[in-house]
Design a protein around this ligand. Structure first.
Ligand code: HEC
Ligand code: HEC
Length: 333
């Protein structure tokens, strides 16, 4: 017995030692770096800066970038503390994306911005950017160029400003996940062209999956997202992802927006859907809660197209425990 105990203790010691060495290795290695594979076309990219592209980029970024990068202190896109990120990932700041050449992105080329936004690899160093900064692998080439045109524009919120948060220091958990779970995304193999309005379901699929990324929040789990082939994401549009409110504590679970009549939105009218998505209005009164922000910059026809697309998505029966406003009695709902 004593001998067996000794052997077990020894084996445990070896395991602990290996885990320790692995942890030390991850701690020292840090965030992984990848080869920066910019094509000639990307290196020399010059996006058109005409007012139509800038306006479209401003519209898209008002839904996709401003939320995280705007600072109410500077009233510019100088970055902010991300209070809605679970505490175990440490303190995360979005960074300065104004024209300042040192503190912002004034020195980045159009191609560098394109590469960064598509892949999540820093073009200057090859460092991988953790998922707190989203990537845009399915956005159309035209829409992404519009976003870059806007980043270059004279929008006062982008005027050079030296206000800066220091680069994020990734903690052990982020380093570990960045080495074993998170991966950068490949550049698209083919040009991505936005479908036109003659096919509403196709346009809606693009708006939902390619431009806004509704599926990313509205499927079962952030950890099982299929970025390159959204339809293969488990629980596709069946909701259930627990997200955090701005206080970093309160859970708000995403809704099932498949057309299931009991647990999804199968009984909603198209107009109710438009009101919810554009203005955050619930059909029975009241407002949808953060992080379901109003997408008022989407047009009615874009949101109707999303509705047409959701009608083609396989129905999932999945009852969600929804967020309820504290202090509200069931009467007042
Ligand atoms: C969910 C919050 C979030 C959203 C939405 C978001 N970002 Fe970011 N962004 C971040 C964070 C966090 C970082 C810092 C990443 C890091 O630690 O390297 C960042 C970094 C960046 C950087 C690198 C800045 C630098 O100085 O190194 C650029 C450029 C950028 N974002 C542009 C954008 C654009 C353009 C959009 C919209 C298309 C956008 N971001 C949307 C959170 C966000
Ligand atoms: C950042 C995550 C996120 C994104 C992106 C997002 N949603 Fe939501 N959505 C939520 C959350 C969380 C709720 C639940 C809010 C609540 O309970 O008040 C919700 C609720 C809804 C509802 C209400 C459903 C109901 O039963 O009350 C609809 C409809 C909806 N979202 C559609 C969309 C569409 C369409 C898009 C893309 C254009 C989208 N959402 C993008 C997180 C998100």
């Amino acid at each position: 017995m004593k001998r067996l105990f000794k052997i077990l203790l020894y084996a445990l010691g070896v395991v602990v030692l290996f885990v320790g060495i692995f942890a030390l290795y991850i701690q020292m290695k840090g965030i992984p770096h990848y080869p920066v594979e910019m094509t000639e076309a990307i290196k020399t990219m010059q996006v058109p800066r005409d007012s139509a592209h800038v306006a479209e980029g401003k519209r898209i970024s008002s839904m996709l970038c401003r939320e995280c990068h705007y600072s109410s202190e500077t009233q510019k896109l100088t970055g902010s503390y991300r209070s809605d990120i679970p505490k175990e990932f440490g303190d995360v700041y979005s960074l300065n994306i104004t024209h300042d050449p040192t503190h912002g992105i004034g020195n980045w080329t159009d191609g560098e911005l394109y590469y960064f936004l598509r892949t999540g690899i820093r073009p200057q160093t090859g460092a991988y950017v953790p998922p707190f900064m989203p990537k845009f692998p399915r956005m159309s080439d035209e829409d992404l160029k519009s976003v870059i045109a806007w980043l270059r524009s004279s929008d006062p919120e982008l005027a050079a400003d030296s206000h800066e948060f220091p680069p994020n220091k990734s903690n052990f958990l982020v380093k570990l996940l960045a080495n074993v779970a998170f991966k950068p995304l490949p550049l698209p193999a083919q040009p991505i062209i936005e479908p036109d309005s003659s096919n509403p379901a196709a346009l809606g699929k693009y708006v939902a999956n390619g431009m806004i990324g509704c599926f990313a929040c509205h499927s079962a789990d952030l950890k099982t997202l299929n970025d390159l082939d959204p339809e293969k994401t488990p629980g596709y549009y069946g909701g259930g992802t627990a997200m955090l409110d701005m206080d970093g504590v309160t859970e708000v679970v995403t809704a099932n927006i498949t057309m299931d009549k009991e647990t999804g939105i199968g009984n909603w009218t198209e107009q109710q859907f438009v009101e919810a998505v554009r203005f955050g209005k619930k059909p029975g009164g009241g407002l949808l809660h953060y992080p379901m922000t109003p997408h008022s910059a989407l047009s009615d026809s874009e949101v109707k197209a999303v509705y047409a697309y959701l009608k083609t998505v396989p129905v999932i029966q999945h009852k969600i425990e929804r967020y309820e406003e504290k202090g509200m009695t069931s009467k007042s709902q």
